[in-house]
Write a protein that binds this ligand. Structure first.
Ligand SMILES: C[S@@+](CC[C@H](N)C(=O)[O-])C[C@H]1O[C@@H](n2cnc3c(N)ncnc32)[C@H](O)[C@@H]1O
Length: 211
């Protein structure tokens, strides 16, 4: 599968929401939220609580690079990877000093990323957008982590927390798929700030660890 094919669901959903300029619209939306005083750095702060800089972090499904950029500012050694060339083009334009890859997470290998990582971050609903390639992406994430490395993933569990056209993946399925890839759950939260996960939450943040 090409990277463009891998990003087809995301492109369809994003184009339906924002039109052909969806990548710039996505970056602009977060700029506007930040300018409005909204907290848009929860994902980066979550990583900062889990491991210290200069840990090596893969922002997997980095989009326009907003989280990778925050982590780089905080001293982490960051690589951003996304299957959608239009999203990566915005990331490259806005943060030309950082390494960005256009690649399908389900096929990414350590030789393409310059080696393994202390953490792989899947922020902003990357998990449900992986759709049919979740299992192979989970395997690749595990291979991209050093022994003891962390996978951190946040994603919506119901329609209220997902864009229209993107189906929820049940939490039990996500845990099963990552478990098969050798990643064991360490934390399960309902927010990036670490609030506990209860039965009825619409959002999950998982921290999993390689053996
Ligand atoms: C909602 S965006 C999140 C972007 C970014 N993580 C953030 O939080 O701002 C989901 C991203 O997942 C990417 N994606 C979907 N499937 C992918 C795959 N197989 N490999 C790499 N990236 C993928 C999409 O291209 C899109 O940029």
């Amino acid at each position: 599968m090409t990277a463009a094919d891998a990003a087809a669901l995301w492109r369809r959903v994003a184009t339906a929401q924002h039109g052909p300029g969806y990548a710039d619209a996505y970056a602009e939306r977060f700029r506007a939220l930040a300018a409005d005083g909204q907290d848009v750095d929860g994902e980066a702060r979550c990583v900062q609580r889990l491991l210290l800089p200069p840990a090596r972090v893969l922002d997997a499904g980095c989009g326009t690079g907003r989280v990778a950029a925050r982590l780089s500012e905080a001293g982490y050694d960051v690589v951003g990877c996304d299957a959608d060339a239009a999203m990566v083009e915005v990331a490259r334009r806005e943060h030309p000093d950082l390494p960005w890859l256009v690649a399908d997470l389900a096929e990414l290998e350590p030789r393409e990323t310059g080696g393994c990582f202390d953490a792989v971050l899947l922020a902003g609903n990357v998990v449900p957008f992986l759709a049919g390639s979740l299992a192979s992406a989970a395997q690749r994430c595990a291979q991209l982590l050093r022994p003891g490395g962390l996978l951190v993933a946040g994603f919506g569990l119901d329609a209220d927390h997902l864009p229209e056209g993107c189906d929820a993946v049940p939490l039990a399925v996500v845990l099963e798929v990552f478990g098969v890839a050798g990643l064991e759950p360490r934390q399960q939260w309902s927010t990036w700030g670490g609030d506990p996960l209860t039965g009825g939450d619409g959002y999950a943040v998982l921290v999993l660890r390689t053996q």
